[in-house]
Design a protein. Sequence first.
Lengths: 398, 503
Amino acid sequence: MTNTIIIGVGRTSFGEHFHKDPEELIEEAGLKALQAAGIERKDLDAVVISDHFLQVTNKIGLEEGFISELLELNIPMETSRSFSSALNQACNAIEAGRYSIVLVGGVEKMTDRLDKIRDNLMMLADSWSYYSGGTPEALHEIMLREYAKKHEIKGEEFERLMETLAYISHKNHEFGAKNPHAQFYRRRVKVEDIIKRRRGGLLGIYDFAPISDGATAAVIVNEEKAKEIANLGLEVKGRASCTDHISYFTRDEMAGFKATRISMEKALKEAEIRREEISLIELYDQSTVMEMVALEDLKLTEPGTAWKIIHQSMEEKTYTYRFGNHEIYVNTNGGLKADGNPLGATGGAQLYETYIQLLEKAGERQISIEKENPYALTLEHEGFGTKSYVYIYGRWMI
Amino acid sequence: MSSEPIERRVSYISDRLRGSRCPICNRRYFKPRNYCPQCGRKSMGKMEEIDFFYSKGILEACTIVNNATNRFKVLQPYIFGIAVIDDEIKVPVRVTDQPLKEEFKPEDFEGREIVFRFRRRYSVGTADIIPTTSLAVTFADEYYPHITYKIREPEEYSDKPGIVGYALYTSRFRIRERGMERAVPYLDEDSITAAVEAGKLALIQAALSGEKIGKVMVGTESNPYAVKPIASKVAQVLNLGENLADGVRGIDAVDTEFACKAATSMFKDAAALAKYMDEQGKDYFGMVIGTDNSQAAPRWEPGGELDYFVGYGAAAFIIGNRDVIAELEGWYSVTSDTPDFWRRDGQKYPLHGGRFTGEPAYFKHILKAARRLMDKMKLKPKDIDYFVPHQPNAKFPLRAARRLGFKDEQCLPALKVLNFGNLYSGSSPAGLVAVLDIAKPYEKILLTSFGSGAGSDAYLFTVTPRIVEKRRRTEKFNVKWQTNNPHLIYVSYEEYRRMKEGI
């Protein structure tokens, strides 16, 4: 079995692209990735593209045909729902020896149907939650309540937990403000403003990722090809995905995501590393609650303790999370919160960030990685923890 | 546009909260399943049909929705949460009847007992099928308590058919104007939901399996559909008639319309059927419901006077030949073609004939029907304990009672218009429920309804000793409770209009 290497990534900025069709977005990201990888489109063996909602938002039902027209290629092409899922298909094919160079892309154009997009987002939950008046945000708030109840966090302690969640958003905005691709580039948000915007409810607008347009792409090759084309890349060290019930309320556990827990164990085993070796995590902070529970689902800390660790780093204003002696950067691109969350493209932005940070191409935003063999992890969901994809990456050099 | 097949499947499950039980491992599921995921293939084809319609639950966790999805906008802000039934089955729920004015604190609601309520699901276009659900809940420690439904086999044969069970359902909301209180529907309520609620309560009181009902008749003048019966919804949701599988019930169901006498007209029909079946040696029960959320134009529009009187609610009666609590002794109906109140097809609000609604309409018909029945039964007003007239306002019924020779005390216990407003098809039936709540065995009740257009039905009932035990079963939600209730919410005229317009 060959190793899979990512040798080039590309992305558009995230936000509202009034003047662009989804095809133009994926074109931009794809071309950038091909250019970064230093290959021509005719070199491609296959393309896998992901989106959640193009059928609904833009009435595009056969994405592959658009890609074929853009690239003037007649190679195999498939679609997928999330970038991580598309990447999974590419890795499977490369490991199996079927293809040697695959272009993976993700695109979403959610703002074109802003009036309906929150209704559409409920397609990613079970229909009974929708029929009962559930909203994309409500499930996160229910999880927050389940979390508080499970760990008996009440009164003043619950207030502190809420403040901690605001800090998560603040931290991600601090990172996002420096990321020129981010939806919230140059827009910092204070903790007190995040709390202020929670008027009348549990969480507020700054606790949730925005609605976004955007596209991302990456070129995935086998090690043999990598050696021909590049001298530096990102190696997929371990990966796993796991699926849980569409109905949140029928799951065994409601204060976290079982799917993430299982994926993490499998991915770690495959990568043959320990958690302590991971320096950067790009996780799926569709809400501040999700970032908090992810730290527990990834077993970086015990259930019920993540918020205390975050609260501590909040007091120290480190913008990293410290688990014992082990310090981890989380969501340095700003996360879904500040970078943006164009569903089908989101995982590509996580990969993009991992790529530039681990290969020290992040410029001013470069985080300091002291480890000799650093590792990074991405966690992406489809739906509300219904699917969980964990990837562990390491540096690859000739 | 709604999808009719999806609407049928979704409402079939969620109106009744249908599910499945695995006979092998006993595990229960919300939503019917063809096999048990725990037991696998060996459970295939063996799953039992169950439902959680009469269950109670606990609100495990909740949040407030301030920014709902498009179809729920009119209902916001509302509480959304997860409810647990019997510590085992979890379902997502919307808390209804709960206007939120103070700061939302989840702790105020979590851990409390909830009751499933039958409501409209969300807003749709005016031409669409109306979506419904029972995943709407209210707190059991507030207006609507949880009442256990315990089915018993009918015991005692009754010589004369009559009322076997009864109930009144009015909403939690009231408007107080001109010395009168009127029931106001919540945003997700209408004449269909009230009919189901009243029917449900009547079954609980009768302790009768819905399967025993042979016919359901729903009288109304405010069906939100011009074509599509309320009775079919009632039969489906309450599992009336025998189960013929594929979601089909072995029951006759029909809506009737004759302004405010649409329901009372059917008492004798149900009784006649019961008597006929009796002669064949069979149990027979019919359900008659009077339900209305009658339209009233805003004050400043033509016909807006009606807006001072219109209420909201439904009264349901099970009429049969076993375990009767009020025997039907006799009846008399009168009819004339009198245009005192009407609503043309396609018109949103009804109009009325002003002074013409009094003497030539209400009084003429009520007096003739009541007198003819008393003559027929050879009774004088003093032989009758309670007189229950149609009550469109507070003046007419007492005036009619006096003209018939009744003392005010004989009529006042039935006079509920001051508490609930004019319930139209449910008006005199609500008065009958109020009297049945307090009547002693062997007391006689004379009911006289009035329907514009115009006509009256007069009935004579004699209460039996069975009433004492039966009415105890639903005393937690009897007329007294619905009248003097610490959890009633009073609304302003503006709020009332908004609620009346609905979702």
